[in-house]
Design a protein around this ligand. Sequence first.
Ligand code: ATP
Length: 235
Amino acid sequence: MALLSVKDLHVSYGAIKAVQGISFDINQGEIVTLIGANGAGKSTTLNTVAGIIKPDSGSIEFKGESLVGVKAHKIVEKGLALCPEGRRVFAQMTVAENLEMGGYTRTDAENAETLEIVYERFPRLKERMNQTAGTLSGGEQQMLAMGRALMSKPELLMLDEPSMGLAPILVEEIFDIIRALNDQGTTILLVEQNASMALSIADRGYVLEVGHISKTGTGSDLLHDDDVRKAYLGG
Ligand code: ATP
C-alpha cells in the first residue's frame, strides 16, 4: 500500500480550475518530485494534501485513511507536514520560538527531544536560536522552515520550492539535507522549479502541466527524457 495515494484530484479557486484530475502515489521511503511550469498546480496540490485548501473532488489517502475534510492540524498529527513555498517563517519570533510552533501538536518533552535532533541537523539554527527569524538570510530561513516542519516528526515531509531564490551553493546544501532526511527514514514529496536537481535526487517524478499529469517515471528516466529536457531543463 502506498503511504500517500491521491486519485483524480480536482481543485479550483472560484472559476479557476487549478488542478484537473491528477493522481499520484508515494511509497514509504521514497523521494517523489512534482515538476512543472509556473501555475501548473504544484502548490495547490501540496496545500490540498495538507488540508489548507478543500478539493472539489477526488481522494487523498494517507496510510490508508482519507484526509479529505480533515483539519490541517490533524493532518500534521497523523504524520504529514508541509514546508510551504516562500518559507513563511514568523519574522518577529526567534528561531527557537518558530521551531516551538512547529511542534505545537506534541508535548513539551517530545519537543525538547526533537529540538535537539533539529539543531543537530541544522547547527546554524542552534547558533542563531535567539535571533529573530526575519533577520536570517534566505538560506537560513529555508532551514528554519524545514526545521519547523520537522518538529512534528513527520513520516512524510512535503517541501514546496525549497531552493527558490537561493544561491547555487545553498541549493546544493538544501538538497544534501533533503537526501540525508530521506536516508534517515523520512519520505519526501518535493515540488521544485529546479527540475534537474529535483529529478537527480528523486526516486520517481511526475510532470504537471496546467492541472494534469503529462508524464511520470523514475527520476533518471525523466532527467533523460527529450520532452522534459526541452521544456524544463533548458534543452
Ligand atoms: P508556481 O511554481 O508559480 O508556484 P504552481 O505550479 O505551484 O506554480 P499553483 O500556485 O498551484 O501553481 O497555481 C495553479 C493555478 O491556480 C494558477 O493558475 C494560479 O494562478 C491559480 N491560483 C493559485 N492560488 C490561487 C488563489 N488563491 N486564487 C485564485 N487563483 C489561484
